[in-house]
Write a protein that binds this ligand. Sequence first.
Ligand SMILES: NC(=O)c1ccc[n+]([C@@H]2O[C@H](COP(=O)([O-])OP(=O)(O)OC[C@H]3O[C@@H](n4cnc5c(N)ncnc54)[C@H](OP(=O)(O)O)[C@@H]3O)[C@@H](O)[C@H]2O)c1
Length: 290
Amino acid sequence: MKFVVLGPGRMGTALTLALTSLGHSVLAAHGRVPDSRASQQYQSLTGVPVIGWEALAPYVREADVVLLTVPDKAVTVMAETLADEGWIDNGTVMIHTAGSLSAAALQPVESRGALRLCMHPLQTIADPAKGASLFQGVYFTLDGDDDAVLLAQQWIEAWGGIPLSIRPDQRPAYHAAAALASNAVVALASVAAQVSGLPDGLKALLPLLHGAVDNLDKLGLPTALTGPVERGDLSTVNAHLSALQHNPTALSVYAALGKATADVARSKESLSQQQWEDFQQLFTSVLGGM
Ligand SMILES: NC(=O)c1ccc[n+]([C@@H]2O[C@H](COP(=O)([O-])OP(=O)(O)OC[C@H]3O[C@@H](n4cnc5c(N)ncnc54)[C@H](OP(=O)(O)O)[C@@H]3O)[C@@H](O)[C@H]2O)c1
């Protein structure tokens, strides 16, 4: 199939490499600044030219699939502009990759007869040069028109990924979960490194982080949980809270996650109902006092 990519950034680059590895052809990419550093990197990694808006029309008209890998706020604006230009033909597939937005974000091209799809990989793409290998074992959520969903399922399976259908109204909560599992872990590591007082806190904490993820992978929830809350050790938790008194961000993170930790410990049956209530009351009072 023939593709055009609008937004030659990290996702655009990774998907271009992944799609061309399946034998598809990416005709051109569009960036607002075709000679920006990101566009130059896209061209050198993919061999696909990045072109300006004035040269785009014939490529979009020739493409079977238009891939919008622009920031979330630009998805609908871009779809609207393409619809207004009259470049989208009946049966063109238009795809965006913003996890919090459903295929309805592409509503402007519906009246042009385009098929719409949101295809969101549950993966963080910092090094797009890895291409299709980034998607091995990765879940992709899909919502949109049936024929477009079927196409995407084939690509995802060829990359070794796992396609999942999702209801459009699930997307905001689903995407909040993705942010918690990825961005929040990075933020948590930053807070922990700072609190540790160690010269290279992050480096020292990394084996612990890897161990926790490994436990989640091998043992799952709730078995993976260890630590003072899981042991019902209220005095150690009180000592932690005292140590964090002068760091409001760390204190609120600790207390909010403490409530969730107590829930996991309770579901593991390592806390009695009374112990669970004591922890909940303690953490709630810390959060309420902030
Ligand atoms: N990276 C990830 O880990 C990841 C994971 C899952 C989903 N996503 C989704 O993938 C999409 C792209 O994210 P990304 O991380 O690849 O972003 P990115 O690396 O910042 O790339 C965004 C691209 O869009 C272009 N662009 C920026 N602002 C624009 C605008 N207002 N109008 C049109 N084009 C614009 C940029 O090029 P110019 O500035 O030259 O136009 C750039 O090529 C987003 O919807 C994001 O939610 C990303």
